[in-house]
Design a protein around this ligand. Structure first.
Ligand SMILES: NC(=O)c1ccc[n+]([C@@H]2O[C@H](COP(=O)([O-])OP(=O)(O)OC[C@H]3O[C@@H](n4cnc5c(N)ncnc54)[C@H](OP(=O)(O)O)[C@@H]3O)[C@@H](O)[C@H]2O)c1
Length: 187
């Protein structure tokens, strides 16, 4: 069955963005970025993929965004950020799909994901953010965490409002830039 993987960057104190939604403090470079772009080229926005000459990607064919994460893409100039993937935005306020390439889910995202997992396809990437991850927490099969050597103090949490959920570490890679990439699996 297809798996839902929350592939995300976080600080050591568990934040994915500042309170006002910025992520610039993570920076864009370092050896972890090059290695992970090569490993998961499908998780790179289409325009950047094309600019870097990245192709393919065997892990994910679908991406899920919470509306606030999707808004971040819109603010940076595109309503269709990952046109090489099936894109789904979860929102109660959007009313209609903001772009022909985007599927809108307005209620019961966990039920939507359970149905999606039954269909044929590759992995499902939960891009974020933490609010949507909290809504979907019981459906998250894997967490691929880019743990940055930073403390932010406050911000948007990695997973908002979750109950206790236990995962096993199934792999890790330590990069020279201080980022640790950790793979966790529920099963
Ligand atoms: N560090 C990283 O790797 C990373 C990754 C992704 C995102 N981010 C950052 O994280 C921030 C956004 O994260 P966030 O946690 O604040 O918000 P989010 O999860 O992206 O979006 C929250 C919104 O999603 C919708 N939603 C969530 N659960 C729902 C449910 N059960 N039913 C219907 N709609 C639901 C709601 O939209 P409505 O209000 O429209 O109903 C809710 O307000 C952005 O700044 C983004 O840049 C960082």
């Amino acid at each position: 069955m297809r798996k839902l993987t929350y592939y995300v960057a976080a600080t050591m104190d568990g934040f994915i963005a500042t309170d006002d939604g910025h992520v610039d403090f993570f920076g864009g470079g370092g050896d972890h970025a090059a290695a992970l772009k090569a490993k998961y080229p499908e998780a790179v926005p289409t325009k950047i993929r094309e600019a870097l000459g990245l192709k393919g990607g065997s892990t994910f064919d679908t991406v899920l965004f919470g509306r606030k994460t999707y808004d971040f893409g819109v603010r940076t100039g595109t309503s269709n950020p990952f046109s090489h993937l099936k894109q789904v935005v979860v929102s109660t306020t959007l009313g209609e799909s903001p772009d022909p390439a985007i599927e809108l889910v307005s209620s019961d995202p966990a039920g939507y994901v359970r149905d999606l997992k039954q269909k044929p396809g590759k992995g499902i990437w939960l891009c974020g953010g933490g609010e949507l991850a909290g809504s979907l927490v019981e459906e998250i099969d894997q967490i691929y965490l880019k743990l940055f050597p930073m403390v932010l103090g406050s911000g948007r949490p990695l997973i908002a409002g979750s109950s206790l959920q236990k995962f096993h570490m199934v792999g890790h890679q330590i990069f020279e830039d201080g980022v640790i990439f950790i793979k966790y699996s529920r099963h």
